[in-house]
Unconditional design. Structure first.
Length: 62
């Protein structure tokens, strides 16, 4: 898969590196890994608990 020309790879890499550094500093200060993971997640907090996934019902035999 090619990266679109509109993506500034260096800028994206720098942002990700800064984010990882910030997360590491927060962990070192004693913040909960769960809190940091929740903030970094693209899914809302209750997404999987309250979600309706019709294709999973077929897989688990409901």
């Amino acid at each position: 898969m090619e990266i679109p020309e509109s993506v500034n790879r260096a800028s994206r890499d720098a942002a990700k590196k800064a984010s990882r550094r910030e997360d590491r500093e927060r962990l070192e200060k004693g913040e909960s890994p769960e809190v940091i993971q929740r903030e970094n997640s693209i899914f809302p907090e209750e997404y999987f608990k309250n979600g309706s996934f019709s294709n999973l019902a077929d897989v688990i035999g409901k």
